[in-house]
Design a protein around this ligand. Structure first.
Ligand code: OGA
Ligand code: NI
Length: 360
């Protein structure tokens, strides 16, 4: 199956809808009642995803490294989601890249339209995931670009404005790849695998793994109780590094059936497990459903950096994690094949990874 060259219907920029000042959102964005966010009271009792200080890993203090590795292990097993602080990426780099993207979304529409994307690769300026005609859409626009492998990186597909956007993305990307390499190693050791197991399973050195960035722009929404900025989904790739908008919350994570609103720590980066790591670890680590809610008085910008296996390597449960008591739960598949589910149907909770379950 291949993705078509064009979207099935006229693309409407959510930002343009927001800027009309209408007090009602079009029907296309109204979610069925069970999917709508719940704004009544704080049902989550102020729960938050774990915050983990990575300074020990970065400085290598041996007495603290083990404690940090254990915290990461617990967070991976219990949450599939955590935020890291003192992650080694300078505050100016993190804040700078987020704000430069905010400026991009405030450029005149004609300038953004030059980068309008198509469902074939999704690269560029987009407003929907999935190409099913008549689908209920999410209240967001985005920009999607590739960084690794380097043969997929094409600066001409990255915005040329605002000035220094490309430089800022380059610098941030390098740092994210470094952090990704560290965490792949930590996860491998924590799972009792060779320390380079996951890196190798992802394709080997850095020019073989895949990394891509989706910058999400959630415009103000006059009826935030009827829609979502991003519908419930688990991330299809390996792991995700999400740089949230520090001043506007919106990300919700599903924990024991409840939606928990993430409260980002200053300069934190949120890490979450994707479906490929769920498969590789035979579900010892699980990708977790998450979604984004919007609000009526503040726009929100977030940068989701996806670290993925090379597109054509087969991803299957690690043989060391498959035992008579814990048989392989998943059939193997390449990430390229897997990604088509999301690209075709759009966000669908966890139904994609569930569909890989081996027949009993
Ligand atoms: C994503 C995502 C969350 C957010 O892009 O996959 O889950 O807070 N984003 O924007
Ligand atoms: Ni996501």
């Amino acid at each position: 199956m291949n993705c078509p060259k064009d979207w099935p219907e006229l693309v409407v920029r959510v930002q343009s809808l927001s800027e009309t000042g209408n007090t009602m959102i079009p029907d296309r964005y109204i979610k069925p009642p069970p999917e709508r966010p719940c704004f009544t009271g704080d049902t989550t009792f102020n729960l938050n995803i774990p915050v983990i200080d990575l300074s020990a890993l970065m400085t290598g203090d041996p007495t603290l490294v083990n404690a940090t590795m254990d915290e990461i292990s617990d967070a991976c097993r219990e949450w599939g989601f955590f935020q890291v602080v003192n992650h080694g990426i300078r505050d100016e780099v993190v804040d700078g890249v987020r704000e430069i993207w905010r400026s991009f979304f405030h450029l005149p529409m004609e300038m953004k339209q030059e980068y309008a994307n198509s469902p074939t690769t999704y690269e560029g300026y987009g407003s929907r995931l999935g190409f099913q005609k008549g689908a209920i859409l999410d209240w967001s626009d985005y920009f999607f670009l590739h960084y690794l492998p380097s043969n997929l990186k094409d600066h001409n597909k990255w915005p040329s404005q605002p000035p220094f956007l490309r430089e800022a993305v380059e610098e941030y990307s390098k740092e994210i790849v470094k952090l990704g390499n560290v965490l792949l190693k930590v996860f491998s050791i924590n799972l009792g695998l060779e320390e380079d197991y996951l890196q190798k399973a992802f394709g080997g050195d850095n020019d073989n793994i895949g990394t891509c960035l989706r910058v999400n722009f959630y415009p103000k929404c006059p009826q935030p109780d009827l829609t979502l900025g991003l519908s419930s989904h688990s991330d299809p790739g390996g792991m995700t590094f999400l740089l949230p908008d520090e001043h506007v919350s919106g990300l919700q994570v599903r924990k024991d059936g409840e939606w928990i609103t993430v409260k980002p720590a200053p300069h934190a980066i949120i890490v979450n497990i994707g479906d490929q790591i769920q498969v590789l670890t035979n579900a010892i680590y699980k990708s977790v459903e998450h979604r984004v809610i919007v609000n009526s008085d503040k726009e929100r910008v977030s940068l989701a950096y996806f670290l993925n296996p090379k597109s054509d390597v087969l991803i299957a449960p690690a043989s060391k994690l498959v035992t008579p008591k814990t048989p392989a739960l998943y059939q193997s598949m390449t990430f390229n094949e897997y990604r088509l589910f999301m690209r075709t149907k759009g966000p669908q909770g966890k139904s994609q990874v569930e569909s890989l379950k081996s027949p009993k």
